[in-house]
Design a binder for this molecule. Structure first.
Ligand SMILES: Nc1ncnc2c1ncn2[C@@H]1O[C@H](COP(=O)(O)OP(=O)(O)O)[C@@H](O)[C@H]1O
Ligand SMILES: [Mg+2]
Length: 362
């Protein structure tokens, strides 16, 4: 019934054509013939009865095993193997990889319904990929266009702040200044995330001391936790070397720390710990803040998701999406543990001996 573009041939609608059943029929007839021949021969020669029983049993056991194995191999080659390939490809697409392509199992003159399905799948993934490219390109073009006028607004607001103004005017200028600053942060994050989403490798990888970096990031937030009346503790080793992109990892730590500060009420505690064993390094940011419900936890790594509306003005929901993407590119992991009202623990797990070369293309 269905026709492929340019190919007027109807596609086969079964992977197990009638010919295969003819093969089965002929084979079984043959076996029955041999069985009868065997019996007649044994009776003629007057073989003992036990042998006359044993030989047909052995004969049929061997045949049954042979047929079963043959059927199984046909099912596997014709059905399971292409299905497994499809399942694997679908999983990759679900994870955002639109470069997958499944070759058809037959040549184009012998297409069957499964080949057609694989072809349609390839077409669908191609379409999705081009929409994704269009979307990211659009995002980055618009973001770049917004950046220049926004910088002008911000600079001029900054200049105005230094002027002698009435209280009312000062209020207006402050609003313009902080709004433009926030927008500029959003644009910067969007561009960064866009770039990271397109990237598959990190070009700026270095081996550096993680503890020094963590200490620096913590210090950067000193003012923030003091202003918020929070207690801060750190427990780290003296020195531990990791191989990663330091500028991007700094973003991860800053995002985790700023979230901990943002979602913890005055009087709360924030703890930064780093520990390692022979396999991995674990960095945890723990807070005694608001915590999250299971439902919120499911979505926190999505772009623009903000679980807690009351803090929405101080952020844009991109922080954890960025952090996750950076960790994925480095092949690091993140675990979240949280209870509403009790607090949250975000743990980054860095494997110690990274041998990704062998599995980078798997
Ligand atoms: N330490 C934390 N405690 C409670 N909730 C958190 C914490 N960190 C993240 N979240 C939740 O995850 C959401 C997404 O975080 P993020 O991507 O950093 O965006 P933003 O900080 O801009 O809201 C937050 O809106 C909040 O609901
Ligand atoms: Mg954040």
């Amino acid at each position: 019934m269905s026709k492929r573009g340019g190919n007027p041939k109807a596609v086969r609608d079964s992977r197990f054509p009638p010919s295969i059943f003819v093969v089965y029929l002929v084979a079984i007839f043959l076996m029955v013939g041999i069985h009868t021949g065997l019996l007649v021969g044994m009776i003629k020669r007057d073989w003992p009865q036990t042998i006359q029983v044993a030989i047909p049993i052995l004969y049929w056991t061997a045949l049954a095993a042979g047929l079963t194995l043959y059927t199984r191999s046909r099912i596997r080659a014709n059905y399971e193997e292409p299905m497994h390939r499809l399942a694997e490809a679908a999983k990759k697409v679900a994870e955002g990889d639109f470069s997958v392509y499944i070759p058809p199992t037959n040549t184009s003159d012998k297409l069957d319904y499964l080949d057609v399905m694989l072809e349609d799948f390839n077409k669908m993934v191609g379409e999705l990929g081009s929409i994704e490219t269009l979307k990211t390109d659009f995002f980055s073009n618009v973001s770049h266009e917004i950046k220049t006028p926004l910088a002008a607004i911000q600079n001029n607001a900054e200049l105005l702040r230094r002027e002698e103004l009435t209280e009312k005017q000062e209020g207006y200028v402050e609003a313009i200044y902080w709004s433009s600053k926030r927008l500029s942060g959003l644009i910067t994050n969007l561009l960064k995330l866009n770039k990271l989403e397109k990237q598959t490798i990190l070009p700026e990888i270095k081996t550096y001391d993680l503890c020094a970096q963590l200490a620096e990031c913590a210090l950067l937030h000193e003012q923030a936790w003091e202003q918020n009346g929070l207690e801060f503790d750190a427990d780290m080793e003296d020195r531990i070397m990791i191989t990663a992109d330091p500028a991007l990892m700094e973003l991860v730590w800053n995002n985790l720390l700023s979230n901990a500060i943002k979602f913890t009420e005055p009087g709360g505690n924030i703890t930064l710990t780093e520990s390692s064993d022979e396999n991995e390094i674990r960095v945890s940011v723990r807070d005694t803040g608001l915590g999250m419900t299971e439902e919120t936890k499911k979505h926190i790594f999505e772009k623009f998701y903000q679980g807690d509306i009351s803090h929405a003005t101080a952020g844009n929901g991109l922080g954890l999406a960025l952090a996750l993407r950076i960790l994925q590119l480095n092949n690091f992991q993140i675990e979240v543990f949280s209870k509403p009202g009790k607090g949250s623990i975000f743990t980054v797990i860095i494997p110690k001996s990274k041998k990704e070369e062998s599995k980078s293309d798997e």
